[in-house]
Design a protein around this ligand. Structure first.
Ligand SMILES: *Cc1c(COP(=O)(O)O)cnc(C)c1O
Length: 418
């Protein structure tokens, strides 16, 4: 059908047909996860008596904002957490993770990143990039790191060694811009057990960006005490205009609330303006939207494998985030793939992505994003820092039929480079 709308070569159309055939079984599994998570979501809404009054926001201090409080309760239930903050006043994933880290860590505490070097923007937050803008290290928080093993799995022995005496065990679930697999929930549970065996009061915190609703459980149901993520990724369902969440143990979430607003004030304030309806709707849609993104991700892996490129994870592998990376082999390859994805986007389809410097990132970054929400990466997006082996990270796709077209347009441009 796509040939009625886009002029694609016969070999590419054949590869597309083959990829779709390869994906059939995986798609059925993804549909099953979606159904489970959607029903879990419906029950979280109805069990908490979400009403029409909750969809209307407040201004000013936002004291006693019933919609804000209710939404956090719904999110806590759906993720099996004791408590949550789920708000538009978080500015990004990085900001949300920053609030969580500064919320619970104190001078003299030691945090151990147990999945290797954290995501680019977190390096400035911690201070490991040598900057001093009030990083955790500037405030006397000590930092330690445990590399993943060469096969990409957690080094449980190393983790046990370094977590003794530490305050926080920090896990990044998704791969981010790294050539490593995303962590499974079983692996998160194993890390938590290893850390708590040597330090029972250690706080296990998970950067859950891109991981929400990908499986039937969340990290807080698998040994994590605290987790955080962005609402312009999975849990915003492509509808939340901005925001983030922190969820987990009630005492820790409370500390984070005092860091988000002001010490002593806590979560009682924070007006919601006109954001509540979008946040509720986006969260409600999230299981379905994440399924579309996962289908796009699995399909892209299959298509690029058929075309002879290295794509990870493989289409046959279980997903723990919504990212598929493709090694394009050259800066031109990155521009071709990103350009095609941009062309297949509903907004700004006519733009041409080119690499440029981004705050918080070391190398120039190229980004294809034709999204309804600026910078949204639950919508189809393709990006990466321009460095060898010129890997493009693709994520999102709020609608598989359209995202498949975007992936094909990218592949078409790459084939023309050869
Ligand atoms: C997206 C992301 C973040 C936060 O990034 P923002 O662009 O600030 O939202 C942090 N960690 C991981 C793994 C991510 O994917």
């Amino acid at each position: 059908m796509i040939e009625e709308f886009y002029d694609l070569s016969r070999p590419l159309l054949d590869a597309d047909a083959k990829a779709m055939e390869l994906c059939k079984e995986r798609f059925a599994e993804l549909e099953e996860i979606k159904e489970y998570n959607q029903l879990k979501m419906l029950r979280a809404f109805t069990d908490n008596y979400v009403g029409g009054n909750h969809l209307v926001g407040t201004t000013g201090y936002g004291m006693d904002d019933p919609g804000r409080e209710k939404l956090a309760e719904v999110f806590a239930q759906v993720t099996g957490s004791e408590a949550a903050l789920f708000r538009s006043s978080f500015m990004s994933g990085t900001h949300t993770l920053t609030v969580a880290l500064f919320g619970v860590l104190r001078p003299g505490d030691r945090m151990v990143a147990v999945t290797g070097r954290p995501y680019d923007t977190l390096q400035g937050v911690i201070g490991i990039d040598g900057t001093h803008y009030g990083s955790l290290m500037d405030f006397g928080v000590r930092y330690d790191e445990v590399e993943l093993l060469s096969d990409g799995t957690p080094d449980l022995a190393g983790i046990a060694e370094k977590c003794r005496g530490a305050k926080m065990c920090y896990i990044q679930r998704s791969r981010g811009y790294a050539a490593r697999p995303a962590l499974s929930l079983d692996q998160i549970e194993a890390i938590s057990k290893a850390a708590k065996a040597v330090q029972p009061d250690i706080i296990v915190m998970v950067d859950n960006c891109y991981g929400e609703f990908v499986q039937k459980k969340e990290p807080t149901q698998c040994g994590a005490d605290l987790m955080a993520g962005s609402l312009i990724k999975n849990p915003g369902g492509g509808i939340a205009p901005t925001g983030g969440y922190i969820a987990g143990r009630a005492d820790l979430v409370e500390l984070c609330a005092h860091r988000l607003t002001a010490p002593g004030v806590g979560g009682e304030i924070g007006c919601t303006l006109d954001t509540l309806r979008d946040l509720y709707l986006g969260l409600y849609y999230a299981p379905g939207v994440v399924c579309e993104a996962l289908k796009t991700s699995v399909y892209a892996s299959a298509l690029f494998e058929v075309l002879g490129y290295t794509a990870t994870p493989k289409y046959t592998e279980d997903r723990n985030d919504i990212i598929t990376s493709v090694e394009t082999g050259s800066p031109e390859g990155m521009e071709a793939l990103c350009g095609g994805v941009q062309q297949g986007s509903p907004v700004d389809s006519f733009a041409a992505p080119i690499p440029s410097d981004m705050p918080g990132y070391e190398d120039p970054v190229i980004m294809a994003a034709g999204a309804f929400t600026m910078g949204s990466s639950i919508e189809l997006s393709a990006d990466g820092p321009v460095r060898a082996p010129y890997t493009v990270y693709m994520q999102g796709g709020i609608n598989f039929n359209a995202a498949r077209a975007g992936v094909l347009l990218g592949a078409d441009r790459m084939m023309k480079l050869k």
